[in-house]
Design a protein around this ligand. Structure first.
Ligand SMILES: [Zn+2]
Length: 370
């Protein structure tokens, strides 16, 4: 099989998705299935019940309350967005699966995204989180698609430590899918995909740019990995929108074949991915990322990490002020005179308001050069 055929795989509606369940095996070590997890529901220590003379009602409330809190924490952990990274035991494939429904829902709420814009940003956020899962610590990767279509520019950035953020140039963009030959590719149109990595021990970001191939983000990221990084890769990104136009589920899958892996193995994995149908349907029926990893690998795997993900931006009024100082005294004085106090973070849509004290501080630091 040539390198170019192991590319983005778009699931087909006609396939029987149940077929893929033959690959499914129980997840060992997940919080849900852990034999030790019952301890979280213990409310009263052994030998100390309400009839015990030393037992006080306040203790009961405290212990009981703790248990409820632990239960809540356990439930919230189980439902947290995560990216799972794994390597097959024979080291032939590395696999990452992201379940990031809440992250994409937050992105949609923060930016007030139309369904179409949410699909594009959700896919880009998934792609960025998948790529970031192979990095370290605060190394980060951005995925930026720019085209002449209705959504314009889509930007998503993720760190290995789990933060993800992004935006769409035209948040209200929509398409008439009833039109002949209309498709998702019209959202971005003709343009470029730019992937940028900020890595430890690199002075400059490592940047790769390729033409948009399908404009669906999935194919485009796979194409970037093959063209720019020369890694045979399959990418599957999926955002499901409900009847109200809100994000219902979101997820993504990235499989990379190591050099010298034979074509037969790659073809089998491709087939496994095709049989998955779509990730969002798996999330809606309770499947976990680890299970998807195993379904795709169809061979023993070592789970390397399972990291939480959140929509999170490091912006703050102080960061804005540090940037504003670079504008210089004239421009800042002009802003103050025109009462231009509102600041909006492009990445997360957080709004800030500059006070007179903030302006004083800015003028002072310009005067003193600090
Ligand atoms: Zn922000």
């Amino acid at each position: 099989m040539s390198d170019t055929t192991f590319t983005a795989l778009v699931t087909t509606e006609t396939q029987e998705w149940q077929k893929s369940f033959r690959h499914c095996q129980p997840v060992a070590g997940s919080l849900q299935d852990s034999p030790g997890s019952n301890r979280l529901s213990t409310t009263i220590p052994v030998g100390l019940d309400r009839s015990h003379p030393k037992f006080r009602s306040t203790d009961y409330r405290r212990i009981s309350g703790m248990s409820e809190e632990l239960k809540r924490l356990k439930k919230s952990y189980q439902n947290r967005d995560r990216v799972v990274r794994a390597l097959t035991e024979d080291t032939a494939l590395r696999i990452a699966v992201v379940q990031n429904t809440r992250t994409v829902q937050t992105a949609q709420q923060r930016h007030g995204l139309s369904p179409l814009a949410a699909v594009f940003l959700g896919r880009a956020l998934s792609g960025a989180s998948l790529l970031a899962s192979f990095l370290e610590g605060e190394e980060r990767v951005s995925v930026e698609a720019m085209g002449n279509g209705v959504v314009g520019r889509v930007f998503a950035e993720a760190m290995q430590v789990g933060e993800a953020r992004g935006y769409v140039e035209h948040p209200n963009a929509s398409l008439d899918f009833g039109r002949e030959n209309a498709g998702l590719r019209d959202g971005l149109g003709i343009g470029l995909l730019r992937v940028s990595k900020v890595l430890y021990h690199h002075r400059e970001p490592v940047v790769g740019v390729v033409d948009l191939q399908e404009g669906d983000i999935s194919t485009d990221i796979a194409n970037y990995l093959i063209q720019s990084e020369q890694i045979r890769s399959a990418v599957l990104l999926d955002v499901d929108i409900d009847q109200d136009g809100k994000v219902a589920h979101s997820g993504g899958l990235l499989v990379q074949a190591m050099p010298k892996v034979d074509d037969e193995r790659v073809e089998q994995v491709e087939q496994n991915i095709r049989e998955l149908r779509n990730l969002t349907e798996l999330w809606s029926t309770g499947y976990k990322p680890e299970e998807v990893v195993r379904m795709v690998a169809d061979s023993p795997v070592n789970i390397a990490s399972s990291s939480p993900i959140d929509f999170f931006c490091r912006c703050s009024i102080d960061r804005f002020k540090s940037a504003l100082v670079t504008l210089g005294m004239d421009e800042l004085s002009d802003m103050h005179a025109k009462d231009q106090r509102k600041l909006v973070c492009q990445y997360c849509n957080e709004r800030y308001q500059l006070s007179d004290e903030d302006f004083d501080e800015l003028f002072e630091s310009l005067k003193t050069g600090r």
